[in-house]
Design a binder for this molecule. Structure first.
Ligand code: APR
Length: 310
């Protein structure tokens, strides 16, 4: 198993290290455009092997030839929003980066599974799919696992129970339009509606929706990376070990939920072939409307990228 991580920044480096620690691959390649950064970080991680007891070979590089024949490629490359830059400017910049990165990746690997992490997530996953020409089952966006992890953390903290017993689903787009599905949220099978007031649930839903911004406000520069990296690695673990996990991921819908040809967060079965099926769960009217609204925002943005991607 060879796993390449593109972008040796906060999320990419943390993900690469976690992949090695969990011994999910024999080879990990960390690539960035910045010279020296991926090499230095990768060597530092590699030298942790004897202490942390992993034999994974981690290499840093600026050369896509070193990514040849990767089984899984995680894309975290991108720019953060700078003062004076509009959301649209950022979208165009990151779409250009993800387009070029995907083209380079595909020059050296035939049939990888791409896990997209760069934001805006659902749109970047679309870019990766269009440019790679891979089947949609092999181009998957990481968002729902992170959003769900945040929701589960807040629920467990509120009830003072183990996170292990908290099951939840957050669907829809990664951002303001995410759709936490309260109906399928439970603690050891007990619906949270029996454990918390409607007001408390609403406040946790709201905190989940603003989870990324809460961290950005603390950090001032940069955004969250421990939980995002851990979430991407949970998806990798499901694929590498063919676990058939049911996880919320950004997947290309083909009529499910009345949505066609749009990447959006839904429950999928993840195994060695990537997305093995998309689950269509019963949503109430408001949730379904939320999901469709999310999808229409993603679609509009993707349509605006048509010339950049052709
Ligand atoms: N090719 C390769 N690497 C690139 C490219 C490119 N064309 N353009 C930028 N990068 C690299 C940067 O040099 C940087 O090292 O991507 C890395 C991004 O790292 P950070 O700025 O630390 O950002 P990070 O916090 O890791 O987030 C990366 O993941 O969660 C999302 O919103 C987040 O889109 C962002 C991405």
């Amino acid at each position: 198993m060879k796993i390449t991580v593109i972008g040796a920044g906060h999320v990419g480096a943390t993900a690469a290290y976690r992949i090695a620690e969990k011994q999910l691959a024999k080879h990990v390649v960390l690539l960035d455009i910045l010279e020296g950064i991926p090499q230095g970080k990768a060597l530092d991680m590699f030298e942790a092997g004897p202490v942390c007891l992993f034999d994974t070979k981690i290499r840093g590089t600026n050369d896509y030839r070193d990514t040849a024949d990767s089984d899984i490629v995680v894309i975290t490359a991108g720019l953060a929003r700078k003062p004076g830059m509009s959301r649209e400017d950022l979208l165009m910049k990151n779409a250009g980066i993800v387009r070029d990165v995907t083209d380079q990746v595909m020059r050296h690997s035939n049939n990888p599974i791409i896990i997209m992490v760069s934001n805006p997530l659902d749109i970047m996953t679309h870019v990766g799919h269009v440019r790679s020409k891979l089947p949609s089952s092999r181009v998957i966006g990481m968002a729902g696992v992170l959003d769900t992890a945040r929701f589960r953390t807040f629920i467990a903290d509120e009830l003072d129970v183990s996170v292990q017993d908290v099951n939840a689903f957050v669907l829809g787009g990664h951002g303001d339009s995410m759709v936490p599905v309260v109906k399928y949220t439970n603690v050891a099978g007990i619906p949270i509606t029996e454990l918390m007031s409607a007001e408390t649930i609403a406040s946790l839903v709201d905190r989940t929706r603003k989870g990324g911004a809460e961290i950005v406000n603390y950090l001032k520069e940069g955004s969250a990376y421990y939980a995002p990296a851990a979430s991407a690695v949970e998806m990798i673990d499901a694929i590498v070990n063919d676990r058939k996990r049911i996880l919320p991921c950004s997947a290309l819908l083909d009529g499910q939920y009345g949505i066609d040809k749009v990447y959006i967060g839904v429950p999928v079965k993840l195994g060695k072939n990537g997305i093995e099926s998309i689950l269509e769960i019963d949503l109430d009217k408001k949730e379904l409307e939320g999901l469709r609204k999310s999808a229409s925002i993603v679609k509009e943005n993707c349509d605006n990228l048509a010339s950049l991607l052709s």
